[in-house]
Design a protein around this ligand. Structure first.
Ligand code: MOS
Length: 763
């Protein structure tokens, strides 16, 4: 059936890029925009304060919301007294489970194609408490200060139930197999334990990683208004179309009655999805008959937006003389709440990173009564590569071999888990170029380089993230009489430069100048259901735009008719050049778009098309890779760690815009430095309450923590990805934890297997 579907898709799209078909024609038809380091088109707007974020839309009669969070982990609300809050100055109403409108549950992410919810519990529909920090009441007032004050006047008495709030208690209750995207997180090839026991060289270690909370600089916020039965939502979102559909389910509306826009987002990373705050704001607005703004406090983000869950991982490697892996075991557990979809799939990198004769991969899940965990930049890979790539470093030490060479000896020639060919895999080039540039050959033996109080060391690790392309991509292209074009797609720019890079691509494809192309996005009323997540948005947009462009060319050739220089040419024989279409064979056969439209007496031409299904991922194993090189200085007296140099050498296919892609890589690496050295959500094991819900106590890297980061790339186009480009969003964080840990080992001789690597662990 899969083969049949693929054949059909190929027949439907006989030219240009298609899954399983020929490479994107842009790979040969470049006009000079793609690959240029174009500065972000929205930059001037942001610098001048002209970019309006979700919490900045002015609406007449706006009320401000404040949310009260439960202080127990499980049980029920026995009493809630809102009278004093209701009587406070400026207060319009207090919403609790007693007066909230009847709402359906949020559809849980991945439960259907357009589901966006991070958690599927009833929202203020009953007195049940599911986690410490769950919203129990919302105040609406004329000002934020009045709402915040009144919130403090609400009295709640809880009847507590026994809750599972420590990992030890959760483990004592037993575990179950982890499921991810409908598949068990398990794979077995051969007899890994036997091979390990018999191996000439081996390591067998446990690694642990803590919870992480989302800390986008822009707080989660929403401004909502009911216009009759229509709901208008100004959101900060990675998935506007999913959010519109999901809110429609919650409020019993048609999808078209909910309009979600998100023109600017101050950081996403998996956290800017549908959580309770959008639903609470819309419900309160309905109750009050007034527009509502809800901006979560920083503490509020920690209380109700899920983060990365805790992991305990075992990695065991067996190797033969010469370094070939005979056994690769990566197993362990994560903790989840009963109402979410994210088991932190840390074994994903081990499926395709190395050739090993015998493999055992498995994740089990234990259950805890905490806030739902969720997607956070490279879920699975970010922490999975920490364990796997630390273990490889340990094996290299045990074998007294170079860790770069040990990795390259184990390069697979096809995907070891599926047998599929790689679409493009140039990790060796990435390693060689990175090693050369970083000066890897100058690395010394562990603990042997000291400069005053500082121990200096170098480490390396592989980063990896899969290529995905989710179904649902669609795009509309409109050509106008002034020879300009507009590309419309419900996609997202969260600051990574989507609109800029896609304007470059569209301009190249159409043969127009950048100024003649407008890329519109961030609006659920535009075509497509595109998620800015899984590092797949560029591919999703690309495939949709290729499809729409083909339709556009077809229509143009029809309109051009017999008196055009293009007469008789087929879709396959033309391309976009010099503001119009031209024959690929004979560029003098050319006609401007505006002239075609004018002759046909058309003011504009607009076409819309859907992307073909993502069959390329069935045919090829598609992954991005990176070689991460780190130099650290560890203070021998205080244990303080300073990352002094970092270089990421990437293999992500074609780089559409080196400036925005470079920033993505650096941003990911910086988040990886936080993962390695700082980030940890601390939960009070007695009551399940997050103890450090602020940037004062939850540490992320600041400027002083970040050295100059060099990024380089192979830039080798992936012939099976639209535009030749795999994602560049999440790969940056992967491998960084291990590169830092391995550098710390090289500096100090101390191996730390528990993140974050704080100074107490080094003394
Ligand atoms: Mo990413 S965790 O898919 O936003």
């Amino acid at each position: 059936a899969v083969q049949g579907a693929m054949q059909k898709a190929i027949q439907l799209a006989p030219d240009g890029w298609m899954p399983g078909g020929r490479p994107d024609p842009l790979i040969r038809e470049q006009h000079g925009h793609v690959g240029q380091p174009v500065s972000r088109l929205d930059g001037p707007l942001k610098v001048r304060g002209g970019a309006r974020y979700a919490a900045e839309f002015p609406l007449d009669g706006l009320l401000y919301a404040a949310v009260l969070f439960s202080t127990v982990a499980k049980g029920r609300i026995a009493e809630i007294h809102t009278g004093e809050a209701e009587a406070a100055e400026g207060v319009h109403l207090v919403m609790t489970h007693r007066n909230a409108p009847r709402l359906a549950k949020m559809p849980l992410f991945m439960s259907s194609a357009k589901a966006a919810g991070g958690i599927d519990l009833p929202i203020l529909q009953d007195d049940a408490i599911w986690w410490n920090g769950q919203p129990v009441a919302l105040v609406l007032a004329d000002s934020q200060e009045q709402a915040d004050h009144a919130k403090a006047l609400i009295l709640v008495r809880y009847e507590e139930d026994v809750a599972v709030t420590s990992l030890a208690a959760a483990k004592a209750n037993g575990s179950e197999p982890a499921m991810f995207m409908g598949q068990p997180l398990r794979a077995e090839v051969g007899h890994a334990e036997d091979a390990l026991a018999a191996a000439r060289f081996k390591v067998d270690q446990c690694y642990s990683t803590p919870r992480h909370s989302h800390n986008a600089i822009e707080l989660h916020a929403v401004t909502v208004a009911w216009e009759g039965e229509r709901l208008r939502v100004h959101d900060a979102s990675q998935l506007v179309a999913h959010t519109a559909w999901s809110l429609a389910q919650v409020f019993g509306l048609d999808e078209g009655q909910v309009h979600v826009t998100s023109p600017f987002v101050g950081g996403g990373f998996g956290g800017k999805c549908l959580w309770w705050h959008q639903v609470l704001a819309a419900a309160a607005a309905k109750l009050a008959g007034r527009p509502v703004r809800l901006t979560l406090s920083r503490e509020g983000v920690y209380r109700i937006v899920g983060g990365r869950t805790v992991t305990e991982q075992r990695v065991a490697l067996g190797a033969a003389e010469g370094g070939r892996f005979t056994a690769l075991i990566h197993t362990g557990l994560t903790a989840m709440t009963p109402h979410n979809e994210m088991p932190e799939p840390f074994i994903l990198p081990a499926r395709s990173a190395y050739a090993a004769e015998n493999v055992l991969l498995n994740i089990d899940v234990v259950k805890m009564d905490l806030l739902a965990n969720t997607f956070m930049r490279a879920p699975g890979e970010a922490v999975g590569t920490f364990a796997l790539e630390s273990a490889i470093d340990e094996l290299a030490t045990a074998m007294d071999t170079d860790p770069v060479e040990l990795r390259l000896v184990n390069e697979p020639d096809k995907d070891p888990s599926t047998g599929a060919p790689f679409s493009a895999r140039h990790i060796e080039e990435a390693y060689r170029a990175g090693a050369e540039k970083f000066g890897w050959s100058k690395r010394q033996a562990p603990g042997s380089r000291r400069e005053g109080e500082w121990l200096v060391g170098m480490g390396v690790a592989t980063g990896t993230y899969p290529y995905y392309r989710m179904p649902g991509g669609a795009a509309r292209i409109t050509l106008k009489a002034d020879n300009s074009a507009q590309v419309d797609i419900a996609a997202h720019d969260m600051g990574m430069g989507t609109a800029t890079a896609q304007t470059q691509v569209a301009a190249d494809r159409l043969g127009l100048a950048m100024e003649q192309v407008e890329f519109r996005y961030g609006d659920s009323s535009l075509p497509g259901t595109v998620l800015a997540g899984g590092s797949q948005q560029t591919a999703a947009i690309g495939a949709a735009v290729v499809a729409a462009h083909r339709e556009l060319v077809k229509e143009l050739l029809k309109l051009a008719g017999n008196s055009s220089p293009l007469a008789g040419l087929s879709v396959e024989e033309v391309g976009g050049f010099d503001g119009g279409l031209a024959s690929l064979e004979d560029p003098t056969r050319h006609e401007r778009y505006a002239d075609i439209l004018a002759r046909a007496q058309r003011a504009e031409l607009s076409v819309e098309a859907e992307a073909p299904p993502p069959l390329e991922t069935m045919h090829w194993s598609m992954h991005s890779h990176a070689a991460m090189f780190c130099e650290v200085r560890v203070n021998a007296v205080t244990g303080e760690v300073r990352v002094s140099r970092f270089l990421g050498s990437f293999d992500c296919g074609r780089i559409l815009n080196p400036k925005t892609a470079g920033s993505q890589f650096r941003g990911g690496i910086i988040m990886g430095l936080g993962l390695a050295l700082m980030e940890e959500t601390q939960v009070d094991e007695r009551n399940g309450r997050i103890m450090n819900p602020s940037l004062a106590e939850y540490h992320v890297p600041v400027h002083m923590d970040v050295p100059e980061i060099e990024v380089i790339w192979t830039g080798i186009a992936d012939p099976h990805a639209p535009m030749g480009a795999r994602g560049v969003g999440e790969i940056g964080i992967t491998g960084v934890g291990a590169a830092v840990a391995n550098a710390i080992f090289n500096a100090t001789g101390k191996r730390i297997r528990d993140l974050p690597i704080t100074l107490d662990k080094l003394l």
